[in-house]
Design a protein around this ligand. Sequence first.
Ligand code: ADP
Ligand code: MG
Length: 306
Amino acid sequence: MTRATTRTAGGTATTDGAPDAAGDTHPGNGVAGVGEAAPRREYRPGRDLTAQMAYLTRVIKAPTIAAVWIDLADQARQENWSHEEYLATVLARQVAAREANGTAIRTAGAHFPAVKTLEDFTLDHQPSLRRDVLAHLATCTFIPTAGNAILLGPPGVGKTHLAIGLGIKAVQAGHPVLFDTATSWVTRLRTAHEQGRLPGELRRLRRYRLLIIDEIGYIPFDALAANLFFQLISSRYEQGSVLATSNMPFSRWGEIFGDDVVAAAMIDRLVHHAEVLTLTGDSYRTRNRRDLITKTPAEPTGPRTG
Ligand code: ADP
Ligand code: MG
């Protein structure tokens, strides 16, 4: 079946004076003279086939196939690919292009403040970080089930870095993501609230499978902000994932939201289906300066071998 179809296409293709595609395929197969390259007749698909392919690839919205099918066919003939291998290679190119395109669009739409990858994160600097939990989060399997992730720790330990890195993983896995700081989320919700479109805005945010809320706790919320934030977390509960970072332990979230009851209700919803990663240690930002400082002989390092 496949063979017959391919033959038909080949037949169409040969109308411009390349009667035997196979003949063009291996010009050098044992016939090339010593030291002289066999002349390789360029195979050109006929006008009909070219037009047909242009039309077909447009209909199925496959511009990459339109761009590669001729060159890959040349390569296939030179390298003796089977028809099946050629077809699979052409399709794989289109799929790869589509995925790369989707990832690029989702990355732009996520509004990451910087490009930070998990691969660039030095785990050695976080000896107590639960690597199994991070690896699990990196698989993004928590997103289809609307699970959450919380990163806690003092300033400069890599919370935002990990949040972006995990966000990039999610984008690559095909999930729409939106990143913003807690303060900016509140600004967005406050505007929607003032314009009477808060429910619509919360509904619209559902199309993002992962919302990243960075820096909860740096700036305390007033009562309205706390209320709006609570509505955001409630609307996500078991509907869509939230990845939140905070410099404050949960025990102090009452201070952020100015209300222990609201904070407790929010934490309850956030952590019900969540992985919590705690980062520790000194700021990575100032580590080089500290290295310089600790290089003074005053630093007691203890007895060391080697
Ligand atoms: P936080 O959000 O916890 O305040 P950031 O994620 O902004 O910290 O980290 C501060 C800077 O240090 C960023 O440039 C980040 O890329 C870098 N950084 C922090 N921890 C690490 C780490 N373990 N490996 C590599 N870079 C790190
Ligand atoms: Mg940060």
